[in-house]
Ligand binder design. Sequence first.
Ligand code: NAD
Length: 498
Amino acid sequence: MSTIKTIHHRIGGRKTVGESSRTAPVWDPATGERQAEVYLAEAADVDAAVRAARAALPGWAETSVMRRSRLMFAFRNLVEKYLDDLARIVCSEHGKVLDDARAEVLRGMEVVEFACGIPQLLKGEYSDQVSTDVDLFSFRQPLGVCAGITPFNFPALVPLWMHPIAIATGNTFVLKPSERDPSASNFLAELYVDAGLPDGVFNVVHGDKVAVDAILDHPDIAAVSFVGSTPIAQYVHERATRNGKRVQALGGAKNHAVVLPDADLDQAADHLIAAAYGSAGQRCMAISVAVAVGDIADPLVELVGKKAQAVKVGPGLEAGAEMGPVVSPEALERIRDYIGLGVDAGADLVVDGRKLDVQGNGFFVGPTVFDHVTPTMDVYRNEIFGPVLVVVRVDTLEEAIDLVNRNPWANGTAIFTASGQAARTFQRSVQVGMIGVNVPVPVPMAFYSFGGWKDSLFGDHHVHGPEGIAFYTRAKAVTTRWPEETTDGPHLHFPTAV
Ligand code: NAD
């Protein structure tokens, strides 16, 4: 502990260890070395962060919307200025390659850009003369102290889906990022300070289940945004709603890409490779199932197999690397185990990522392709969250749609086809939140909202975009009259327009 770097909480604008005595390792996935220890918050640390956020709330909620907007502009400029530094932090703790990390930060910056438009986004409604001498208007106000609990796979982007919107709408925020790659959030907390955000408006506590439970039970937290695996999303949703909080909890995924016989084969194969192996398959919008329809299956599997073997795997900071390691030794073991389960179940292992040879002790597993996978196999039924693409063969578009709809997850899906009619049938019939037509990773821009259906989302609101604004605010409707004369006595009937 004395020689290794330690990662602290950021509470009330200060770096602190608080009551934490426990720590967790932060790996360098490319070398397999433990590069830091992160402090794990106790309930008292979460309470300290909530108290700081509560103390900052009245001043921040009263800050004019123009000043909040200007602060977001200043924050956005700092994110752009330090984009490369942030990308390197993401790369060193998560393992993804540098270009991918840059793209992650850029997509996060786009949410800040959306939040810069908060004066426009918070404009209310006004109706003149709804009854004689009566006007009606509505506007939205912040909820109070909001919390975010986020996963390892987008350590900059997923928190950025939440805190810029929550803060721009006048809330204060406590973030509990993933303990596996915590440093990007601390860096962003420093940028907020530099942008002029008052102390206590944005706080970061690191931790595990202890911190999460303290957030879910804290009486002064009004709303919780969660992103992570489905079982934890469901748990967070249940426990926090039972405690009276507003909750949005985004869960896991098993995203299918349907390839029709009329698709451009080469394009479809390239897109499948990018979507299955980008970030080593550790994206909630990764394509992990290719549904090959009809006679495209044989040439598709052959081409995908060839292209999978050509993916350049190496440390994220190494020039030319296209795919980095996975995040932790546990993730590596889980993915290797799943590949074994696929073989045991009788799936056809076209490319075996376990055979990849990268020097050193990094957490590397190569692109893997399974063919002739059936819906009962473990490699289909579970979210592997690694670079494993399974191919399921079907005869018709209808069968493909049925397969997509029988899957409990419903985050994203894509179709590759030259037929507008087939694409239209697909986009109207699939019960999935985000759909791509010849677009493999259909992540909506920041000014739309992001979210899945079914087991990929618990709660009513998607994140960022208009639904993010709605989630972090509540509406007031005000009916006004300014009478000049006294009335003719009380009318006890329900009010109607006159
Ligand atoms: P995870 O569920 O293990 O962790 C997410 C968060 O929950 C972390 O902050 C973690 O500390 C906390 N946590 C973990 N176990 C907990 C427990 N038992 N009790 C309380 N809190 C707990 O997820 P992960 O491995 O960090 O991230 C990968 C998962 O996130 C995948 O399932 C992926 O599909 C999903 N994900 C979904 C989306 C989406 O938008 N739907 C986006 C990104 C990631």
